[in-house]
Design a protein around this ligand. Structure first.
Ligand SMILES: [Zn+2]
Length: 100
């Protein structure tokens, strides 16, 4: 999990003052892999498993876990929350189509 400050907006850095509403955004990323195991012969499948296992042994455990599942948190002010809802991937902003 990424360290999260609840003192400021994660996007624009606006400080949270008493009485203002901020929003917690939680994003869960889960791997969705399409494997076509049924098309492999038993020998091919065993070779593939051994190859992947050998690769996994050489990698960092946290890195492997992050590839499968990750939670990301943001703490947003009202304005950044509205922008996030309208354009979560920043595509409109990148094309200069926001109303800001
Ligand atoms: Zn903000």
């Amino acid at each position: 999990m990424i360290a999260l400050s609840v003192e400021r907006c994660s996007s624009c850095n606006k400080p949270k003052t008493p009485g203002t509403i901020f929003y917690l955004v939680k994003i869960s990323l889960t791997a969705d892999v399409d494997l076509e195991l049924e098309e492999l012969s038993k020998e091919e499948l065993e070779r593939e498993i051994q190859r992947e296992f050998a690769l996994a042994l050489r990698r960092d455990e946290a890195e492997l876990n992050n590839e499968v599942y990750q939670e990301i948190y943001y703490y947003l002010c009202s304005r950044c929350r509205d922008n996030f809802i309208k354009d979560p991937f920043g595509k409109l902003k990148a094309r200069g189509e926001t109303n800001d």
